[in-house]
Design a protein around this ligand. Structure first.
Ligand code: NOJ
Length: 555
């Protein structure tokens, strides 16, 4: 029934290399730095590392604009060093997952440089070139998800190329079989070297609708309905899967606006399966409408509903990818938790998602409870999408003050400040005078060294919870039932082979009554995880304290 697989058993640590650890003192994170922290990563209790792109890149989108798929960026090291890293990771029992970004390349990739030389160039059809509708008018009304038009004009060819992200990220023409061969060759290159799988960047965008029709007008990403889950997506993924099947590897596809029903068409187990799991975004919208830039008050009811749906609809059929942070999302404590109750809410949030069924992903710094950077002026930002969105808001006449309020809350840069290792200068991230990006000034109190020395730290809680998950199949394979509770409580029961696990999480700063279901005797159960010292029970329930979490195990 449970169809056990190694990738279901594992948990994954995500590294955004530029900000993880600088080993050579140039202010930029690198492979040497990562190697020096492998024991730390292993100590958290994870089984794999996913690396955001390590490849050569002009960094218009910090690595998601790739200039060479088969090499390592000089900023980070060399291919030889990567092989050492791979080896050292494997020696410690850590799998390695690479980021596969094939919806687009960098505009500095040799394919693109060739492509724009002439229409007869063998690489021309690697990209999506079109004539304008008339002089000066783009081929259609599509807008980039990073703001502005999705087309860039090339004078030499009198044609436009499509870029659904930044203009430095031209979209590949996946309808060209040669491009698909290139993708397969990239996969083989890394898999032959020994990597264990891929996180596939916006993989659901790779097939565009024939004729590239105008899209429904939106303030941003107009046209998305014509390339999200496009007409040939399954076909192309099938081709890629045939290669992947030659290896014992794993894939997780990034899938914006994905629903459970649609997801099953890609991740349902069996012959038709195309990806092992997907990163959907529905649970990241409990404090916004579609994008982090349109903020609404945090709604725990919405969060619970989404989680319950994904748990239920996939159970026994497909596998969830569980995450609450990554390099595109502001820090979760600053969003769904509370900076005031940082430690309590950090532990509660970990419990809330890791004890669901699925493979948990943990983003660097999440395990020590890092917070949003909240940079107050736009000149201090590095992220292209934040800078472009700022400009767009200003263009619509929104004041700098108000725009910055949104930016401070929504920017991806909140997750990209250097990892906080210690209370030393630059948080111990680099020995250089200046790191490439500013360190969050709270590093003196929030850092790995502090967390190591505090038995009650968020870090030590992550260690406990990951160990508990590893040792208990109920966490991985049990079914999931959402309990009816107060809106700000998120309680669920997992059941497996006669065992039961009751998980109670409070999203409130206040106290709230909780009563366990009748068939669950709290007195008889073992309290296995909690974030307050004393844990009294009265009448098979208790009054929850701010951001309290408790986990009871009934064997
Ligand atoms: C999703 C990645 O996670 C994000 O960082 C990137 O900007 C876009 N895809 C474009 O590659």
């Amino acid at each position: 029934m449970e169809n056990k697989k190694w990738y279901k058993e594992m948990s994954v640590y995500q590294i955004w290399p530029r900000s993880f650890c600088d080993g050579n003192g140039d202010g930029i994170g690198d492979l040497k730095g990562i190697i020096s922290k492998l024991d730390y990563i292993k100590s958290i209790g994870v089984d794999a590392i996913w690396f955001s792109p390590l490849y050569p890149s002009p960094n218009a989108d910090y690595g998601y604009d790739i200039a060479d798929y088969k090499d390592i960026s000089k900023d980070y090291g060399t291919l030889e060093e990567f092989k050492t890293l791979l080896d050292e990771a494997h020696k410690r029992g850590l799998k390695v997952i690479m980021d596969l970004v094939v919806n687009h390349t960098s505009d500095q990739h040799k394919w693109f440089l060739e492509s724009k030389k002439s229409e007869d160039n063998p690489y021309h059809n690697y990209y999506i070139w079109r004539k304008g509708r008339k002089p000066g008018k783009e081929p259609n009304n599509w807008l980039s998800t990073f703001q502005g038009k999705a087309w860039e004009y090339c004078k030499e060819l009198d044609k436009y190329y499509l870029h659904v992200f930044a203009k430095e990220q031209p979209d590949l023409n996946m309808d060209n079989p040669k491009v698909r061969e290139e993708v397969k060759s990239i996969m083989r290159f890394w898999l032959d070297m020994g990597v264990d799988g891929f996180r596939e960047d916006v993989i659901t965008f790779i097939s565009k609708k024939e004729g590239l029709p105008n899209g429904f007008p939106l303030p941003t990403a107009t046209g998305i309905e014509h390339y999200m889950n496009g007409p040939h997506l399954r076909e192309y993924l099938r081709e890629f899967k045939d290669v992947l099947d030659e290896y014992d590897c794993f894939t997780v596809g990034e899938a914006p606006m994905m629903t459970t029903k649609r997801a099953l068409r890609f991740i349902k187990e069996g012959d038709g399966q195309l990806l092992n799991m997907m990163f959907h975004f529905e649970h990241m919208s409990a404090d916004n409408i579609i994008t982090n830039w349109i903020r609404t008050p945090f709604n725990p009811g919405k969060l619970k509903k989404v989680y319950a749906r994904w748990q239920k609809d996939l159970y026994g059929k497909a596998w969830n990818a569980l995450y609450i942070e990554n390099h595109d999302q502001p820090r979760i404590i600053s969003r769904y938790g509370s900076e005031k109750y940082r430690v309590e809410s950090g532990k509660m949030l970990a419990t809330m998602y890791i004890l669901q069924s699925g493979t948990p992903f943990i983003y660097q710094g999440q395990e020590i409870g890092m917070l949003n950077a909240n940079l107050p002026t736009i000149d201090r930002y590095k992220d292209v999408s934040s800078i472009n969105t700022y400009k767009l808001f200003r263009k619509f006449g929104i004041s700098d003050k108000i725009t910055m309020k949104f930016c401070m809350y929504a920017s991806r840069d909140n997750a990209r400040t250097p990892m906080q290792w210690s209370a030393e200068k630059n948080a111990g991230f680099t020995s250089a005078q200046e790191p490439w990006f500013e360190v969050n000034p709270n590093y003196k109190s929030i850092n790995v060294e502090q967390a190591e020395n505090d038995p009650n730290s968020i870090l030590n809680y992550y260690r406990k919870i990951l160990k508990f998950r590893k040792e208990n199949d109920i966490v991985k394979y049990g079914d999931f039932e959402l309990l009816k509770t107060q809106r700000k409580l998120f309680a669920y029961v997992r059941s497996y082979k006669g065992q039961k696990l009751l998980v109670i999480n409070s999203f409130s700063e206040g106290d709230m009554p909780f009563t366990a279901p009748k068939d669950f005797d709290l007195e008889k159960a073992e309290l296995v995880l909690y974030n307050y010292e004393d844990n009294p029970v009265i009448h098979n329930g208790f009054m929850t304290r701010p951001y309290e979490t408790r986990v009871y195990f009934l064997k």
